[in-house]
Ligand binder design. Structure first.
Ligand code: GDP
Ligand code: IMO
Ligand code: MG
Length: 426
């Protein structure tokens, strides 16, 4: 079997958690391949709403292994909170969760450096979630990091202190004030908890699963436009959020990648700083935020809202080799008379249909096509056959533009509010 990948095509928060949960019954293993607790993946079912940060979104199903891959960065404090909350809900986490020995650990000082670095950037700040993601990946590529497997070594404490000393120099440079003694007890408690989890060589585990005919789904975090190579740099996260991240973050060879399921909202959002060509800083944007409850699942920050951006989506589809699409939050557009779709950008009077290199400083004006809204409450629909003609026309128009089938249309946050256009997927 090949590994299917599910990932975001915009700036994150597309609804990855919901769809992974919906698709999990089809799979034996769900693996996260990058990012860390900057992610907030929301699942809703049976009246329960749950937000996961590190743990893959298959955790609520029995008989499925959830693997946190080597490409993920783990904050022991946050992971402990997540696990405690799940255990309180009766989820048998220990049976279903495995952590890669090679995943890197976020130290309290990584979080402090994240805050110091954002403060120093002032107006140019990235708008980081301040979870220590950037500094931890810097230590990984700088070859200074501490990995999950290191927590078991007799000299772990020395390694930890050595890295903390380095971090103290950086914090001194930033003249950043902090009290590490307040942060360390929770860190050490988290480390002890991780030592009691199933810690594995996840690349071997995943490849054995593939070879024995098991179905594996790789779950992305963030979105393609936040990818460190292909996103709106420098306003990005510090990992490869794209399909290639599956190969490096789980140890999956490129020829073992199967379907790439790309997920996007029927409009667009972004949280944090950086370019957003179709952003609506007006009452229409406000309406999208209100109707879509667009507030960050990790930080609670209001998300910036705007219309769907086809040049950006086409780029994301190209980079990831997307084979199927899921369109999320169609219901958020229920009350709009007309819906706008950005088909091109206008740059200095020239019409282009791709994202320019210097999207940060280039003035990019969206060119829109208007389509008719459906003015129907979609949240109660049980079948794709019942969707209004205008929504069907919108979906078919997007398919023609994007050249990829839309196999799922999501019409509400609950598991059940998922309309299948192609029964092959689920
Ligand atoms: P993720 O990071 O990609 O998993 O997405 P988030 O959980 O951060 O944000 C998606 C938000 O939209 C969550 O609050 C979901 O419960 C919600 N959601 C997902 N799908 C739909 C949908 O089709 N309609 C509506 N109204 N909300 C949805
Ligand atoms: P999920 O998986 C939306 C954004 C931050 C900031 C930038 C860098 O829930 O879709 P970082 O903390 O990584 O240094 O922040 O990336 N960001 C996200 N935006 N959804 C996410 O994850 C995000 N993770 C990071 O807001 O702009
Ligand atoms: Mg999210």
């Amino acid at each position: 079997m090949k590994v299917d990948v599910l990932l975001g095509l915009q700036w994150g928060d597309e609804g990855k958690g919901k769809i992974v949960d919906v698709l999990t019954p089809k799979y034996d293993v769900i693996g996260r391949f990058q990012g860390g607790p900057n992610a907030g993946h929301t699942l809703e079912f049976d009246g329960i709403k749950h937000v996961l940060h590190t743990i893959p979104s298959g955790i609520f199903h029995d008989g499925v292994k959830n693997v946190v891959g080597n490409g993920v960065v783990i904050d022991p404090v946050i992971l402990k909170k997540e696990i405690d909350a799940l255990i309180n809900m009766g989820v048998k986490v220990n049976d279903k969760l495995a952590i890669s020995k090679k995943a890197h650990i976020i130290l309290p000082t990584h979080r402090l450096i994240d805050a110091a670095s954002e403060k120093a950037k002032g107006k140019e700040k990235i708008g980081s979630t301040l979870k220590g993601i950037g500094p931890t990946y810097m230590d990984k590529t700088g070859r200074n990091g501490i990995r999950v497997g290191d927590l078991f070594l007799p000299d772990f404490e020395e390694r930890y202190q050595k890295l903390v000393e380095k971090h103290k120099q950086i914090l001194k440079f930033h003249e950043f004030e902090y009290d590490l003694t307040e942060l360390e007890p929770a860190f050490y408690a988290g480390v002890e908890m991780i030592k009691g989890l199933t810690v594995i060589d996840s690349e071997h585990y995943i490849n054995q699963a593939i070879n024995s005919g098991k179905a594996v789904l790789a779950e992305g975090a963030q979105g393609t436009l936040l990818d460190v190579d292909f996103g709106s740099y420098p306003f990005v996260t510090s990992s490869n959020t794209t399909a290639a991240g599956t190969c490096t973050g789980l140890g999956v060879a490129p020829n073992k990648v199967g379907d790439v399921i790309g997920i996007f909202k029927a409009y667009c959002t972004r949280v944090g700083s950086g370019p957003f060509p179709t952003e609506l800083e007006n009452e229409v944007g406000e309406e999208l935020r209100r109707a879509g409850h667009e507030f960050g699942a990790t930080t609670g920050r209001p998300r910036r809202c705007g219309w769907i951006d086809l040049p950006a989506l086409k780029y994301a589809i190209m980079i990831n080799g997307v084979t199927q699409l899921c369109m999320m939050k169609a219901d958020v557009l229920d009350n709009f008379d007309t819906i706008k779709v950005c088909t091109h950008y206008d740059v200095d009077g020239e019409r282009i249909d791709y994202m320019p290199y210097d999207i940060v400083s280039t003035e990019v004006k969206p060119v829109y096509k208007e389509v008719k809204g459906w003015k129907t409450d979609l949240t109660k629909l049980a079948s794709i056959e019942d969707i209004p003609a205008e929504l069907n026309a919108y979906v078919e128009y997007l398919e023609r533009e994007l050249h990829v089938p839309i196999t799922i249309v999501s019409v509400g946050p609950d598991r059940k509010q998922t309309l299948l256009r192609d029964s092959v997927l689920v």
